[in-house]
Design a binder for this molecule. Sequence first.
Ligand code: ADP
Length: 700
Amino acid sequence: MRRGSSKRELAAQSEVEAVAAAKAETEANAGVTAGQTGVDSGAAGEPESKAGEEQTQAPAPVPEQPCAEEGDARVAPRRPPTLHAHKPKPARDLCAHGKPRVKGSSCRRSVRRPEEQSSQRPVTVDSSKARTSLDALKISIRQLKWKEFPFGRRLPCDIYWHGVSFHDNDILSGQVNKFPGMTEMVRKVTLSRAVRMMQNLFPEEYNFYPRSWILPEEFQLFVTQIQMVKDDNPSWKPTFIVKPDGGCQGDGIYLIKDPSDIRLTGTLQTRPAVVQEYICKPLLIDKLKFDIRLYVLLKSLDPLEIYIAKDGLSRFCTEPYQEPSSQNLHRVFMHLTNYSLNIHSSNFIHSDNASTGSKRTFSSILCKLSSKGVDIKKVWSDIISLVIKTVIALTPELKVFYQSDIPTGRPGPTCFQILGFDILLMKNLKPILLEVNANPSMRIEHECELSPGVFENVPSLVDEEVKVAVIRDTLRLMDPLKKKKENRYQQLQKTVAGKEDSLDSDLAPDSSPEAHLPSICLKQVFPKYAKQFNYLRLVDRMANLFIRFLGIRGTMKLGPTGFRTFIRNCKLSSSSLSMAAVDILYIDITRRWNSMTLDQRDSGMCLQAFVEAFFFLAQRKFKMPPLHEQVASLIDLCEYHLSLLDEKRLLCTRGGSAGSRLSQGSSPQGACPAAQPVAGNPPLRTNGASKCSYPRHTLS
Ligand code: ADP
């Protein structure tokens, strides 16, 4: 979510950036055609020639957060949402005029030195918290000719690069490479819940995520559902994979054939976990199972902007694959593709080029598949679709985190984030989402055992090739001076065009600010494909409603008054739904969700509980299924009533102030008896998807 500019400015800015990115991309992807899902598949696929060596997943360098990379699961718990609100930061919170500093405001710009405003000054990057991504970041900054501050800077930097989370540092301006709440959102249990919510609405569209049950609360459901399928089909011999919540790098994962497995009983008693259908028929290369690590840039939450790196990594198992049987269930080198596990196998091969060994570039795999006649454009198109749908499942709650950490009007940075998507290709080439990492490892070296017990870090060329490009091009896309540089370049070009026979080398075409860099490796997929995917963004629109009624800023849960106000303002109560019934609905659903969710600090209704209540209300009001039609109709209805209310309040404000000017002393309330206050009332931040289309559904 972009902050500190008006919405129109933001839209215009994103348009300019999108056009610029699209231009670069068109050059890079010339000739790519649309895949079967209607999504352009242009990404990896060209053969790779550079050699590469394997990267060692060394323990994260900060002892208190030993497993922060890759799985990002053991990151320190989220700080209370009052972080920015209550810490006294007098000097930095005020602008030069002594007014509260507002993100991206003209005040902040006015305290900058003139050269700081210039497109020619280098972009500044604070790398003091970059941790294991530091090496790749340094190379990227050098390539871009930007300025690094490895120990931080007294003055604000343009970009802050954090190794672990948004909360690594208190930042009040600029851009930071983490979103608040992302770490929590991609934990195994939370991700499963978010995808499940989308599966309820759009089961076909979200069938790329294996059927999953959350333990311990859904254990009985798991047992019952499996038994039902077995009763129907006695020859079905499923396998399940159990993944502890908050685990990473294959830690604590095991396979079972039956819900009665004794290890499952142990897990039920210790920590939350996800039990998931095991994909038994993965695509094999050289008889080995492998998965794909793809890098995805979430450039902005509102408006939603997503980019995918054109190349990623493929991590291989080190023991030939066999379908799971009770004899091989325990063989991790056969079933789990984690680099951190397979590095310990005697069969592990450090790659000496991009297309061999236990870690290869994804483009080398596509090349191999293409030579066997596989339609790799369709594979890419399906992967892009999976990525967009997954991000759409994550964004609603991320918005709630965002407004809680950086409430509207408070100083704070804008955010972007590189995510690591782990994807498995099935034998039939269908991509399956395994997990999303908030802190994908950006290490570009691996440990080498020189002699027994003596280790040395050596560069890993495969990692470097892929990861440096991802970081460098993320920075290019986030460049705060990009527009100024482009404008300056365009002016120079016009000048050149105006001067006949000019051979002035300063003004020659290669003076383009990015002339020395390779074409950008990140491909924009959203809003580029917004038309195909916007219909899925129903929960996003529900989150906008939820945020509007949240009440006290900084909270993530809706109180009973907020819920009642929502019902009243959206005119949802009726003779068949009394306010007493609304209160009971609130209490029932809230109590159940609060007993399930990990975060029990705040009381009140979380977003998922609100969505469940919304589903209930939609089903009551609009009798004809499917659920997503009912929900869409109810959202339309709510947005319609709220827009009427907003209009009315606007008129009242104008009328009220005019009235008070005309007749001083008259009651301001008297000017507008019809307007109802909206609890909390941060303005409803809409986006393309949430624009109301009133006439679409019959309003009852
Ligand atoms: P972690 O965060 O611990 O790496 P993952 O969810 O990525 O956990 O699972 C670890 C590995 O297990 C994956 O890299 C993949 O090889 C395998 N795996 C995970 N889920 C499945 C599944 N549903 N079907 C088949 N293999 C799976």
